[in-house]
Design a protein around this ligand. Structure first.
Ligand code: NDP
Length: 266
C-alpha cells in the first residue's frame, strides 16, 4: 500500500486527506493519504523519506521550502516560485505547482475576460496571476502592503497599493486574500469594491467553505459569483493525476463529491 501526505503547519483543517482518500476508495487504489504537521520547513525532504511517501502536497508556510528541496522543478512551478506537489520519478522528487492550472480549470474559459483585478499578493495570488497572464488577460493587482507586489510587476501586471487603487472597470474581480475567511472584513475599502463589483462580469473568491463578505457584496451588486471550491478540487485532481494518472475532470468531480460528505467524515 502506498502512503501519501499533505505537509504544512497548521494542517488539521486540510481537506486534502478527505478528497484524496475518497478518490482512492472510488477507484480501488491501494493507497492512504494522511496529513503531517511539519513545523520546520527545512525538514520536509527528510520527513518525506522517513515516511517512505510516494507523493506529497505541501501547503502553507512551506511552498518555498518545497521548491528549494525538490530535485527538479516544473516550468509552471518555476514561474510561480512555489511548489505545492512533490511527485516521485524513480528516486527523484519533481516539484509541481497545481494551483494555477486548478484555477484555470475552475474558471474556464479564462479568455472570456479581457481584464481582471486581483486583490492580494500572497501564494494563491501568484498562481492565479500566472494563469491569467498566460491566458492573455490584462491584470491589475492591488494589495494592502507593497512588499509582495514586485513579483506581479515583473510578470507584466500593473500593481497598486490598497490606499491608491486603480480607477477603471474590470471584467473579473478576484479576492485572493484571507480577508473574510474568519472575520467580517472585505479585502478592500467597501465603497471602492462596490464600484468594481457593480461593473464586473464575475467576482471570484479563492476562499471556499464560507460565503465571504466579498461574495455577498458581489451578489448584491449583480455580478456572477464563484468561490474557491472548484480550484481546490482541480488542484487536488491535477496532483492526483501526477501521482497515479487518470482523467483530471473525473477525479475533480469525485473530489467535489467528497467535499459534500457530512462533516463527521473529516
Ligand atoms: P498568503 O498568506 O500567502 O497571502 C495572504 C494575502 O492576503 C496577502 O496578500 C495579504 O496581504 C492579504 N490579506 C490578509 N488579510 C487581509 C485583510 N484583512 N485585508 C486585506 N488583505 C489581507 O495566503 P495565500 O495566498 O496562500 O491564501 C490566500 C487565500 O486563498 C486564503 O484564504 C486561502 O484559503 C485561499 N486559497 C485557496 C485555494 C484554493 O484552492 N481555492 C488555494 C490556496 C489558497 P499582505 O501581503 O499585506 O499581508
Amino acid at each position: 500500500m502506498k502512503l501519501l501526505a499533505v505537509m504544512g503547519d497548521p494542517i488539521a483543517h486540510s481537506l486534502s486527506p478527505l478528497m484524496h482518500n475518497f478518490v482512492y476508495r472510488q477507484n480501488a487504489i491501494d493507497a492512504v493519504y494522511t496529513r503531517l504537521r511539519v513545523e520546520n520547513g527545512d525538514n520536509l525532504r527528510e520527513i518525506f523519506k522517513a515516511h517512505n511517501l510516494s507523493g506529497a502536497n505541501i501547503t502553507l508556510p512551506h511552498k518555498e521550502a518545497a521548491f528549494a528541496q525538490a530535485d527538479e522543478i516544473s516550468s509552471r512551478a518555476k514561474k510561480i516560485g512555489a511548489v505545492n506537489t512533490w511527485a516521485k520519478q524513480s528516486d527523484r522528487l519533481i516539484g509541481h505547482n497545481t494551483d494555477a492550472d486548478g484555477f484555470a480549470a475552475a474558471i474556464a474559459p479564462l479568455d472570456a475576460f479581457k481584464n481582471a483585478l486581483m486583490i492580494g499578493a500572497g501564494g494563491a495570488a501568484r498562481a492565479i496571476a500566472i494563469a491569467l497572464i498566460e491566458a492573455g488577460v490584462e491584470l491589475a493587482v492591488v494589495n494592502r502592503s507593497e512588499a509582495r507586489l514586485e513579483f506581479f510587476a515583473q510578470n507584466g501586471a500593473k500593481v497598486f497599493v490598497a490606499k491608491n487603487p486603480p480607477n477603471q472597470r474590470f471584467d473579473l474581480v478576484i479576492n485572493a486574500t484571507s480577508a473574510g475567511l474568519k472575520d467580517d472584513e472585505t479585502p478592500l475599502d467597501k465603497s471602492a469594491l462596490e464600484d468594481y463589483l457593480s461593473s464586473a462580469k464575475m467576482a471570484y473568491d479563492a476562499i471556499y467553505g464560507v460565503e465571504t463578505p466579498f461574495l455577498r457584496l458581489a451578489k448584491l451588486r449583480g455580478a456572477e459569483t464563484k468561490d474557491g471550491e472548484d480550484m481546490l478540487a482541480f488542484q487536488g485532481a491535477i496532483a492526483h493525476s501526477l501521482f497515479f494518472g487518470g482523467d483530471v475532470a473525473a477525479i475533480a468531480a469525485q473530489m467535489k463529491s467528497a467535499l459534500r460528505l457530512p462533516k463527521s467524515w473529516r
